[in-house]
Ligand binder design. Sequence first.
Ligand code: HEC
Length: 153
Amino acid sequence: MASNIFWMGILAVLYVFVTFSTPVVAPPPDKLPDPAAVVVEEPKADAPAAATEAHTPETAVDPATLIAKGKEVYTANCLTCHNKDPNVKGAIGPELVDAPLEVMIVKVRTGRYPEVLPAGFVPKRKTKQMRKFPQLEADVPAIHAYIQSLKKK
Ligand code: HEC
């Protein structure tokens, strides 16, 4: 049940992004009101790579804008604890490149890890030191895109 609400939240975030971003190439009108396609794709997103792929249809509208926004929000809010380079740990928080989007959304909204973790994801820490940023929930796809853009294989 909680995951239904969770995915609806993601859809809302994606919808708002798609609605307010100015795409370089206007997407075909039938793409916008088709959240069903996203619902089918997204629950398969177990691994970080899969999560990124699942978002490609939406973020492909203008990834550069998304990444730039993510950099701005990440720099302003997360660098107190996490590293400028998300591949390595920061002053207080761990590296972020391995966290799937769904984990990052819950972490930012609540400060905690999700109760049910995605298959294959192992939290970097057992601590509960992170504070929550509920007002940034809508920006998490951008933050996640930015961090994945910096990921070293
Ligand atoms: C007050 C310091 C602090 C701030 C600010 C902070 N974090 Fe964290 N973060 C942590 C700590 C510490 C952990 C390790 C788990 C814990 O103790 O909560 C963590 C863990 C995470 C994880 C899980 C990583 C993993 O693979 O286990 C994600 C994702 C994350 N933070 C994202 C963010 C984002 C995005 C921001 C900015 C919006 C942010 N954090 C801001 C301290 C912080």
